[in-house]
Ligand binder design. Sequence first.
Ligand SMILES: [Zn+2]
Ligand SMILES: [Zn+2]
Ligand SMILES: [Zn+2]
Length: 257
Amino acid sequence: MKDTKTHPGSCLCGAVAFTATGPLRDVLGCHCGRCRKTSGHYWAATSVPLERFEITKDEGLAWYRSSATAVRGFCRQCGASLFWKPEGEGRIAIAPGAFDDAPPFTLSGHIFTEDAGDYYAPEGPPPAPGPAQAGLSCSCLCGAVAFSVAGPAGEVWACHCSQCRKLSGHYSASFDADEATLRYRAKRSLAEYRTPGGATRGFCTGCGSSLWFRAAAGAFSVEAGCVDGPTGGQLARHIFTASKGGYYRIDDRLPQE
Ligand SMILES: [Zn+2]
Ligand SMILES: [Zn+2]
Ligand SMILES: [Zn+2]
């Protein structure tokens, strides 16, 4: 049956809200470098004609021009990666993780798979890890935030909790790092968002890129997508899968909890 429902969506903090009326295109995972930087892992999106899309709250909405032909929409208060809008196409791409309900779309394919990170495969088990990196250079998409942290990246964990789904737009992937080794080269537009659970998330207010996460108890992790070049790490586990979105399957045979 054709979906003609109006689906509500929002960022994590609620400063951006929208509706999109079906039918919504199936979801595609995008592994290009820009989507990996903004989401912190890889981005995914459905798409809808502009006449069936409406911004209902724009308090936190910011747009970053990520290329000559497209802009990216994100929340400058919580850093959620929300939209990608190509100029002159009359449509907008929307992160599936931003929806407050569960539209009847499914993840049906992947694009720019040749640009995927070294720590995962777009489909199936992750490749063998590359050489461990002693130091990891990281940056946001616009370059206003750049830092290094001691490696190795080691195990990368994917998190499917509702907060990670809202913020990344799909789900997150990060590795533990020693915050005492963190050195900023640039932090012009670094913002810290305090989550309802007392954790802190670092992101860039210039481009919306997800950068790092500090748990309420202090454990520190870096979003795998912000690493410049190879991480030398490997996806090893999926956590909070009870809150995972219904539109995708986990097919890499890694442990799930
Ligand atoms: Zn927000
Ligand atoms: Zn930035
Ligand atoms: Zn999470």
